[in-house]
Design a protein. Structure first.
Ligand code: KIV
Length: 277
C-alpha cells in the first residue's frame, strides 16, 4: 500500500502546488477498503447514503445515528485515506451549541478527520465557532441537497450574474470563517473557475467543471452501481452493476444446472455416517 494519508494542511498545499486530487464516497467497510486500495485521496461518508444505501427520496431523513453507524466502518476500512463525516440535516441548524456538540460527536464517536456541512454566508458564524472549538470543517455551497427544495429542486445553481456573485460571496465568507476546503456542487464551469480563483482554500467540485482543485463523485455513480438516476455530471468509469447482475445470474444458472458446487468448492473428506434414518 503506497498511499500516504492526506492531512488538513495538504489541502491548501495541493492547491498552491496546482496538484489535483480526487474525493469519492463510501458508506461501508468493504467499499472503504477498496477506495483505500485505490489512488483516491479523500472519502466522504455523505448523507447521500440516504438515497444510495437506504433508498430514501432525499437526504433530509438521515440522522446523526445513521451517520455514526456508517462512518465507523469506513474509518476502519480506509486507514490511509482522509475521511470526511457529513453532518445531517437538523444536526447543526438549531444553534451554535447544537452544531458544536454534534460536530464533537461525529469526531469523537467515529474517528473521522473532519466534518462537512452545507450552507454559505448564513452558516459562517456557526462554522467560525466550530472551528474555534477545534472542529475541522469542510463547507458545501452551490447546490445544497439538504435544502434543495428551497432552491427550487436539484437544479444548476449560479446561472445568473446575481446568483453567481452570491456563490462567490458564500465561498469567501466560509474561507473567512475558517473552513479548510469547500465542496461546490452543480454550477456552470465558469462559476467553478471564478470561485476557485476567488479563495485560497481548495474548491472540491462536483458538477462544477474542470477548473476546480479537486473532482468529487459518488463512488456508486462513477462505478455504474446506482441505477435509479444519473446526473449529467456523472461519468461512469466502470459498469459494476452489470458485472454484479451477470455474476448473480451465473450463480443462479450453475446452481440450477448442478454445475455449482463442483468438487473444488466442497469438503471432500469421507465420513462413516451412522445410520440414523
Ligand atoms: O452526501 C454527499 O454525497 C455529498 C456530495 C454530493 C458532495 O454531499
Amino acid at each position: 500500500m503506497g498511499k500516504k494519508k492526506m492531512t488538513i494542511l495538504d489541502f491548501k498545499k495541493y492547491k498552491e502546488e496546482g496538484r489535483k486530487f480526487t474525493y469519492v464516497t463510501a458508506y461501508d467497510y468493504t467499499t472503504a477498503s477498496i477506495v483505500n486500495e485505490s489512488e483516491c485521496e479523500v472519502i466522504l461518508v455523505g448523507d447521500s447514503l440516504a438515497m444510495i444505501m437506504l433508498g430514501y427520496d432525499s437526504t433530509v431523513g438521515v440522522t446523526m445515528e445513521d451517520m455514526i453507524h456508517h462512518i465507523k466502518p469506513v474509518v476502519k476500512g480506509a486507514p490511509d485515506t482522509f475521511i470526511v463525516g457529513d453532518m445531517p440535516f437538523g444536526s447543526y441548524n438549531v444553534s451554535i451549541e447544537q452544531a458544536i456538540s454534534n460536530g464533537n460527536r461525529l469526531l469523537k464517536e467515529t474517528g473521522c478527520d473532519c466534518v462537512k456541512l452545507e450552507g454559505g454566508i448564513e452558516m459562517a458564524k456557526t462554522i467560525e465557532a466550530m472551528v474555534k472549538a477545534g472542529i475541522p470543517v469542510m463547507g458545501h455551497i452551490g447546490l445544497t441537497p439538504q435544502t434543495a427544495t428551497s432552491l427550487g429542486g436539484f437544479k444548476v445553481q449560479g446561472s445568473t450574474p446575481e446568483s453567481a456573485r452570491k456563490i462567490i460571496e458564500d465561498a469567501k465568507a466560509l474561507e473567512a470563517a475558517g473552513v479548510f476546503s469547500i465542496v461546490l456542487e452543480c454550477v456552470p464551469s465558469v462559476v467553478g473557475k471564478a470561485v476557485t480563483e476567488a479563495v485560497e482554500v481548495p474548491i472540491l467540485g462536483i458538477g462544477a467543471g474542470p477548473h476546480v482543485d479537486c473532482q468529487v463523485l459518488v463512488t456508486q455513480d462513477l462505478l455504474g452501481m446506482y441505477g435509479d438516476f444519473k446526473p449529467k455530471f456523472v461519468k461512469q468509469f466502470a459498469q459494476i452493476r452489470k458485472a454484479m447482475v451477470d455474476g448473480l445470474n451465473a450463480f443462479h444458472r450453475e446452481t440450477l444446472s448442478g454445475e455449482f458446487p463442483s468438487k473444488e468448492y466442497c469438503f471432500n473428506k469421507e465420513v462413516d455416517i451412522p445410520k440414523l434414518y
